[in-house]
Design a protein around this ligand. Structure first.
Ligand SMILES: Nc1ncnc2c1ncn2[C@@H]1O[C@H](COP(=O)(O)OP(=O)(O)OP(=O)(O)O)[C@@H](O)[C@H]1O
Length: 269
């Protein structure tokens, strides 16, 4: 499999305005995410973070430019189940048990009953919800529902996870706990992650690199190399490190408006 998980080249997305003027959501964006790498997208509201993620997920198409996911088109990657998706609303089916929610993508893609049951058990153990397999989503807390959504996204062993503010609605303590779990899960599965967030500390703690976007039209302003060692396997104590605070400051300053740095040529580790 390609060593590059996501390759975005010269991508623009212009939405026709429907009488109120066209909106350039993304303008000439280049981004490369290596296999196994954790990259966060951060930037002011409306700068095109979700649009970029949706393009990678084949939920939308660029106006110009190209996107490859493990060397294939986003559509081919979707059909090959190369990636899993977890968005802010957990998106669980309320009439299905936790286990049945996790099994759903496997069932849709024809995995047999025994194999998908085994896989769901494995994923629920990974996110610490074995005891809640027979519960229904509305019997779980918001954080637990998020963990189910992550288990579901991981069920097909994707090499890439696309996450759009998955922890946005959670309290700070739950959020930090889920961040720790996500780091552990990434270390175990070696999945690459593209993660949209509004939280600078969250982006820094989770990521190998933080991509800072400029206000509309969305461009990549700069890419901050977090410099805390590999993101996968990072310990909670990193949050106390001087290097962690330095990276938080670097991202904050970039958000406040440094010079635009072209993303082309960003290194793939
Ligand atoms: N389907 C659409 N039709 C028209 N305009 C759209 C559509 N989707 C997004 N946009 C516009 O594109 C721009 C970028 O939106 P996007 O949702 O990608 O931003 P974002 O950075 O994810 O914002 P937020 O942080 O608030 O979630 C916005 O101006 C938005 O109004």
């Amino acid at each position: 499999m390609s060593a590059v998980a996501v390759d975005v080249r010269g991508v623009s997305r212009v939405f026709a305005g429907g009488g109120v003027g066209a909106v350039t959501a993304l303008d000439d964006v280049d981004l490369t995410v290596a296999a196994g790498e954790f990259v966060s997208l951060i930037g002011p509201s409306g700068c095109g973070k979700s649009t970029l993620l949706r393009l990678v997920a084949d939920l939308d198409a660029p106006t110009s430019g190209t996107i490859e996911v493990f060397g294939r088109s986003p559509e081919q990657a979707r059909l090959a189940h190369d990636y899993g998706i977890a968005f802010q609303q957990a998106g669980l089916l309320p009439w299905r048990t936790v286990r049945a929610n996790v099994e759903l993508p496997l069932a849709l893609h024809g995995t047999g009953k025994v194999a998908r049951r085994a896989r769901a058990e494995e994923m629920l153990a990974l996110v610490g919800l074995t005891d809640f397999a027979d519960h229904f989503p509305d019997q779980l807390s918001g954080g637990m529902q998020q963990r189910v959504a992550i288990a579901r996204a991981l069920a097909e062993e994707p090499s890439l996870l696309l996450m759009d503010e998955p922890f946005g609605a959670l309290d700070e303590m739950t959020r930090e706990r889920l961040q720790n779990e996500l780091v552990r899960i990434c270390a175990e599965t070696r999945a690459a992650v593209v993660f949209v967030t509004h939280s600078i500390p969250e982006a820094v703690f989770l990521s190998d690199r933080v991509v800072v976007m400029s206000p509309r039209p969305g461009r990549i302003r700069t890419v901050v190399d977090v410099g805390l060692g590999r993101a996968a396997g990072r310990e909670d104590g990193v949050r106390e490190d001087t290097a962690y605070f330095a990276a938080v400051t670097a991202v904050r300053e970039a958000l406040r408006g440094g010079a635009l740095v072209p993303a082309r040529g960003v290194d793939v580790p």
